[in-house]
Design a binder for this molecule. Structure first.
Ligand SMILES: [Zn+2]
Length: 140
């Protein structure tokens, strides 16, 4: 038997058959279902670190007290920003006085007018990402 007839290992996920950790990761990762807000979070205008944080917030995977309670962890939850209410995502992003002041400050800086009150409203106004990119630069 000559060398050309010997069996060789072929990595099927790659067209050339060569193994790589990147192709292995791509083959085994759970891609899930693409959500309607995918393009608003993962785009060339948003820094990957910010996109990852936004993804955690929108997909309900943010590390907040309510998430810990749902996992059975007993704790006394209180908003770390105002100390007035229980910490949940709705309060942190929309109802907390600190969040309200932050949104108003951002609205003034980026000139997107009246402030929004929930994530759906924010997404509907995210069409200004092109103008934001001109003032902030592109990340990718
Ligand atoms: Zn608060």
């Amino acid at each position: 038997m000559n060398r050309a007839e010997e069996d060789t290992l072929i990595w099927l996920p790659e067209l050339k058959g060569d193994f790589s950790t990147a192709s292995a990761f791509e083959a085994i990762r759970n891609k899930g279902v693409r959500v309607h807000w995918h393009g608003a979070v993962w785009n060339r205008f948003t820094h990957p670190k910010l996109a990852a944080n936004a993804w955690k917030l929108y997909s309900g995977r943010a590390a907040i007290d309510l998430a810990a309670k749902k996992k059975g962890i007993q704790l006394a939850s209180k908003c770390k920003l105002c100390g007035l209410q229980e910490e949940d995502l709705n309060h942190l992003l929309w109802q907390c006085d600190f969040a309200d002041k932050t949104w108003n400050w951002l609205a003034g800086k980026f000139k997107f007018g009246a402030c929004f009150r929930n994530s759906r409203d924010a997404m509907s106004r995210s069409t200004t990402s092109e103008s934001l990119s001109k003032s902030c630069g592109r990340w990718r």
